[in-house]
Design a protein around this ligand. Structure first.
Ligand code: WAQ
Ligand code: MG
Length: 273
């Protein structure tokens, strides 16, 4: 997206907008997406998200809710994008073994790893099915720390900077549809910007999307092309935190509602993707 606003995107009095879209059919979630962009793009981006909701692979929604919030530039914070690399596993079994090994090396206990893997495998929602947000798990004791185990922690108010998005597009040109990878990398970069989070494990709940990742400030975003078998409708996210360093009140608030723009200052972050 060009920055032809006559203002530098890192400040200069520019205001921003958060645009969030959520589409449902018969009350069931169909798709959701969000952007954080200079206010002059509010209408353009709203159109893009509505169009996206209408063409979603899992069918046309009967309700699209668009939420547009103004975000003053003083409120916007910046965090670096995580470096991304792919570990070319050939099966879900091999992928999970590699992901578990990485989690161990990041200091996540066996107990915490197996409770997260188990929840993601069978649907992390205690009432059945998937959660809307992520589980928050004590990396040592393996206990769930968030209040609402059904919803979890939903990371929001995050996007690439306009310059970062342009650079991302150049780096991934010709690689097919990388939108899921991009959105996951952006979310993971916000999560990893918190010192109390030691690791982030995820795979999609989309039955056709079998890739997943383990992300951390330490070592970046490591993607595994296979973390589950095709056809499985369960997935989720687990944020492993250091209970001493993670402030339940303040850090959840940051994840859910602090506006954060992810910067791409070093283009070599995509070299191994
Ligand atoms: N914040 C926290 N958790 C979320 C959020 C969010 N904003 N969005 C989704 N989740 C949780 C929720 O439990 C979903 O069920 C689960 O994550 C999976 O969401 O190729 O597409 O949108 O490198 O299906 C990862 C691999 C793709 C990308 C992840 O997740 C790659 C994906 P989905
Ligand atoms: Mg999904």
């Amino acid at each position: 997206m060009p920055t032809d606003t006559g203002q530098d995107s890192t400040g200069g009095g520019m205001s921003w907008v958060s645009v969030r879209m959520r589409a449902t059919r018969n009350g069931q979630h169909v798709s959701g997406a969000e952007r954080l962009v200079p206010a002059v793009y509010a209408v353009t981006v709203s159109n893009v998200l509505v169009e996206r909701a209408r063409r979603h692979a899992s069918g046309e929604p009967d309700r699209i809710v668009l939420t547009v919030d103004r975000v003053p530039h003083e409120a916007v914070r910046f965090a670096p994008i995580l470096a991304a690399r792919t570990v070319c596993v050939e099966s879900a079994t091999e992928g999970r073994r590699a992901a578990m090994e990485r989690l161990r090396s990041l200091g996540v206990s066996e107990k915490a790893i197996s409770s997260a893997m188990d929840a993601l495998t069978h649907g992390a929602n205690p009432f059945g099915g998937n959660m809307r947000g992520a589980m928050l798990i004590d990396r040592a004791m393996g206990e769930r720390l968030e209040r609402d185990h059904k919803r979890g922690v939903r990371v929001s108010f995050v996007d690439l900077t306009p310059e970062g998005r342009a650079r991302f597009d150049v780096c991934v040109r010709g690689r097919g549809d990388v939108s899921r990878f991009r959105d996951a990398l952006v979310l993971a970069s916000k999560v990893a910007s918190l010192p109390g989070v030691v690791a982030d494990l995820c795979w999609s709940d989309d039955p056709a999307y079998v890739a997943g990742y383990v992300a951390a400030r330490d070592g970046g975003y490591v993607r595994y092309p296979r973390l589950k078998e095709r056809g499985i409708p369960f997935g989720g996210r687990a944020y492993f935190v250091d209970a001493e360093a993670f402030d339940l009140e303040k850090d959840i608030e940051y994840l859910q509602s602090a506006p954060v723009l992810i910067e791409v200052n070093d283009p070599s972050v995509f070299n191994e993707f």
